[in-house]
Design a protein around this ligand. Structure first.
Ligand code: NIG
Ligand code: FE
Length: 410
């Protein structure tokens, strides 16, 4: 039999973490036309294919590309002074209540042009891709008026066009109540539900609708209204829940059938039960807990033991978390939330894909899936999390195309 020509063979990896089905040792991966064509014992695979290119993975670890299912990387300006204030003892919620926080980013985002927003977000996105994220969700929510929310979503659409990673857009007009509506929160939500959601859906600018269900922001009833309106217009539901306090957000996620509930730092046992009952993915964002210097991380062990699907994401945003590296998030999950290295890597890949409804196309290394993968210069997952603080050497492929190779640039 003549060997079949293929684009690329990743040969003889020490360990391959599939993202879904566990770990394989001494495996080669055949890649063609952007997809995984075959995966199996190195000795068997070699004879079947005639690769245009061979990359020797001997002694190294291969994982799926990371799926960062929760980010806010499009925004105007920055909030460096707030960070320094918080380090000196100021509180995130107090800063927000006195007009800073999200509302300060809203003022700066309204002032920015579409091009300004794109130019500022591009290097963030490029760093995330180089760090190994091959699918990245981005939310609006620093506009909080129709025009600026649309500007943000258009910036996301532009960024998606030339990004080697897949970009997924989420509308988050209910991220805060803007300055001009402080006296009338219900009026602002009328605007979100009657004008923004229909406009966003009509233009096809977002796939998901998200809401910040939190004390001082939106309560469970208001959150339900936003998500149900989104669903009516074809936007799948996500929710920021139980970040600063148990907000009732997990229960709302379960009631409306949200695809994911995110943050969950303060989720009580009843919240975990509710998520489990409705099959909602629990998206944990330990970078935020870390960056806000909060003492309590999300109860990941309890969630995993209860049988929830857990995802990990960065939450990269201008106020509560500037972490862009999914490896850093994986390391935090192991170190602070008692997840095992394998659980954390799976949550950062297959878990994220589930949180975006993309488990059929990405987040795991299986025949037929998109060839999104990372070749790490370490032998196994213990060595990977051990070095989570470092910019490890790695090669990243998205859709079978080499998009970052730190060996070349270092
Ligand atoms: O996910 N929680 C709400 N939104 C962001 C924070 C936004 C900000 O501070 O700008 C978050 O943590
Ligand atoms: Fe967030």
């Amino acid at each position: 039999m003549t060997p079949e020509p293929i684009d690329l063979l990743l040969s003889n990896a020490n360990r391959v973490i599939s993202g879904k089905s566990g770990v394989h040792e001494g495996v080669s991966i055949a890649i063609d036309s952007g997809k995984i064509k075959a995966m199996g014992p190195a000795s068997e695979i070699a004879g079947f294919f005639h690769p245009a290119e061979v990359v020797d993975a001997t002694g190294k670890l291969v994982t799926p590309g990371f799926v960062d299912s929760h980010t806010h990387i499009v925004f105007g300006g920055h909030r460096a002074s707030e960070f320094v204030q918080r380090c000196a003892g100021a509180d995130y919620e107090e800063i927000a209540a006195s007009g800073g926080g999200i509302r300060s980013s809203v003022r700066m985002t309204r002032e920015a042009s579409l091009e300004d927003l794109i130019d500022a977000a591009r290097p963030r996105l490029a760093r995330m891709v180089a760090a190994g994220s091959t699918t990245i969700e981005i939310k609006s929510g620093y506009g909080l008026d129709l025009e600026t929310e649309l500007k943000m979503l258009r910036a996301i659409a532009e960024l998606a066009k030339d990004c080697p990673a897949e970009v997924v857009a989420t509308f988050m007009g209910a991220h805060e109540t803007p300055d001009e509506w402080r006296h009338d929160r219900a009026g602002y939500l009328d605007l979100v539900c009657q004008q923004m959601i229909p406009a966003v859906a009509k233009e096809g600018l977002a796939e998901f609708c998200d809401v910040f269900c939190e004390r001082q922001v939106f309560d469970p009833e208001e959150s339900r209204r936003v998500l149900e309106t989104g669903l009516k217009h074809g936007l799948k539901a996500k929710i920021h829940a139980d970040e600063m306090a148990a907000s009732g957000g997990s229960e709302v996620a379960a009631e409306v059938g949200a695809i994911s509930a995110d943050h969950l730092m303060m989720t009580p046992p009843e919240g975990i039960e509710a998520l489990k009952r409705s099959g909602v993915v629990a998206t944990l964002l330990p970078g935020t807990t870390f960056y806000l210097s909060k003492p309590q991380y999300a109860p990941a062990r309890e969630m995993i033991d209860a049988g929830l699907t857990v995802a990990l994401a960065t939450d990269r945003n201008p106020g509560s978390c500037t972490v862009e590296s999914m490896l850093f998030i994986v390391g935090l999950a192991v170190q602070r939330m008692r997840m095992t290295p394998l659980e954390a890597i799976q949550a950062a890949t297959f878990g994220g894909a589930k949180a975006l409804g993309r488990e059929e196309s990405c987040g795991s290394l299986e025949v037929g899936k998109r060839a999104d993968l990372i070749l790490w210069e370490v032998p196994d997952e213990d060595a990977l999390v051990y070095e989570f603080t470092n910019d490890l050497k790695r090669s990243v492929w998205a859709g079978g195309r080499l998009i970052a190779d730190t060996e070349v640039h270092s």
